[in-house]
Ligand binder design. Structure first.
Ligand SMILES: [Zn+2]
Length: 439
């Protein structure tokens, strides 16, 4: 006698599925989801007999991929999008961004900015982001309300900000926020000293101690500009990354953001210590910081993820465009058209990001047992036809405008382009109100 079909929550039938791990492209498969997790990925005709789904979504001209991981951003800075452009990093930060933040940043600013960022990222297929910004409890509340997954970096700077008077205040307020939200299923935390040049040795020592005691990752901007590296060499005789290594900050829990100006000794250090790197090509190009040696880092076995950085230096939170830019940049600087192929870029934007955040056991690929963080991308428009290789299409032909559906932990957060948990009109109205206040 045949067994009755197993009752499950959701079945998604797709023309193509790219699980990322294992690699390759599956055709006409069904992704089976129950209680927020992937329970099977099988040919559609096999699913008919095996499963009875409470809900079924047909993605007949779509590719299913794991949710994209934006491994570095400052989500609330969407409210500063386009406020100061065409400037190098030091001028941009010191003359524009820091004074604006000192004047305007508050819990309300962060909540409104993060809601805007979450709306933008979800519609663009990003299901998890790694944040570094003030008022992380406001970020947590906005993520919780939307059903968005995130790693929240508790920001630390040695000088007074809208968030805290000094590094000690940053840590105290950060830990209070973590205590309030640490049991949330979708949120994890990291320590986020802003950069080697804004945090002194004593504070780095404290951060390293906390990271070990609490088993928290450390994320920081490092070796971002030539000027940063030169100033550090003059002051200490070491590159910023070498200094952090001497202070005990590097290791498998270390996320180095940018790493544009790492030399071969720096790449060796990153590999030896098992560090992760977040490559942010658009931000690095826009601030004229340079080009990170991504192909060399990957060749040496360093895990490299992709990030957008904040909307004030990008100005979009768009992982599709980061994949494409990362690929094109790697090809042009190496003179090798084979550098960073589409499968590698998709891996960086999904499992690479998950690994950097220490979440690769639960997200980053469409494997049985993992959370159902899933994105459907439609290849039905003139600009995405015909389709020979869906992976190359994701990177070089499609864009975030082709994302149709998004699930986080099995929850349908974007349904045929419509946000289900975020009030798009209200978010837009609040963004416009900040536009007049910031003027
Ligand atoms: Zn940044």
């Amino acid at each position: 006698m045949n067994r009755p079909p197993r009752e499950i929550d959701l079945r998604i039938d797709a023309r193509w599925v790219i699980a990322v791990e294992p690699g390759g492209v599956l055709e006409r498969h069904a992704l089976i989801v129950d209680d927020g997790r992937i329970v099977a990925l099988c040919p559609q005709h096999d699913a008919d007999a095996a499963f009875a789904a409470a809900a079924r979504v047909a993605c007949d001209e779509h590719v299913l991929i794991p949710g994209l991981v934006n491994a570095h951003t400052h989500a609330a800075m969407t409210l500063l999008r386009g406020v100061a452009d065409d400037l190098p990093l030091d001028t941009w930060l010191e003359r524009y961004i820091w004074p604006l933040e000192a004047r305007y940043v508050s819990a309300e600013f962060v909540r409104d900015g993060v809601e805007l960022a979450v709306a933008e990222m979800l519609c663009g297929g990003v299901t998890c982001f790694n944040d570094m910004y003030f008022f992380p409890d406001a970020t947590a509340a906005a993520c919780d309300a939307a059903g968005m997954r995130a790693m929240l970096g508790l920001p630390v700077l040695d000088f007074a900000t809208a968030w805290a008077p000094d590094a000690e205040g940053c840590l105290q307020r950060g830990f209070e926020a973590r205590d309030r939200w640490k049991h949330s299923a979708l949120l994890v935390f990291a320590l986020a000293p802003h950069a080697p040049y804004t945090v002194g040795d004593r504070t780095w020592g404290t951060i390293v101690t906390y990271a070990r005691q609490l088993d928290l990752p450390i994320q920081t901007h490092v070796d971002e500009t030539r000027l940063e590296v030169e100033k550090s060499l003059v002051a200490t005789g070491e590159t910023p990354l070498a200094r952090l290594d001497r202070l005990g900050a590097t290791g498998p829990g270390f996320i180095g953001i940018h790493c544009v100006h790492v030399d071969s000794a720096g790449i060796e250090l990153l590999a030896r210590q098992g560090c992760h790197v977040v490559h942010c090509p658009a931000s690095n190009m826009k601030l004229a910081s340079g080009v990170a040696p991504v192909a060399a880092m990957l060749d040496r076995g360093v895990n490299v993820a992709l990030g957008t950085d904040g909307a004030a230096s990008n100005n979009r939170l768009d992982l599709f465009s980061e994949m494409r830019l990362a690929g094109l940049l790697a090809k042009v600087v190496s003179g090798d058209a084979a550098a960073l192929p589409a499968a590698t870029l998709l891996h960086m934007a999904t499992l690479g990001g998950a690994r950097a955040l220490g979440l690769d056991r639960s997200i980053g690929s469409l494997e049985v047992g993992k959370a159902a963080d899933v994105v459907a991308v439609r290849f039905g428009d003139p600009e995405t036809l015909p389709v020979f290789d869906p992976r190359a299409h994701l990177v070089h032909a499609a864009g975030r405008e082709h994302v149709s559906d998004v699930w986080v932990a099995g929850r349908h957060l974007v349904n045929r382009g419509v946000l289900t948990t975020v009030d798009r009109g209200a978010v837009a109205a609040r963004a416009r109100s900040w536009q007049s206040r910031l003027r």
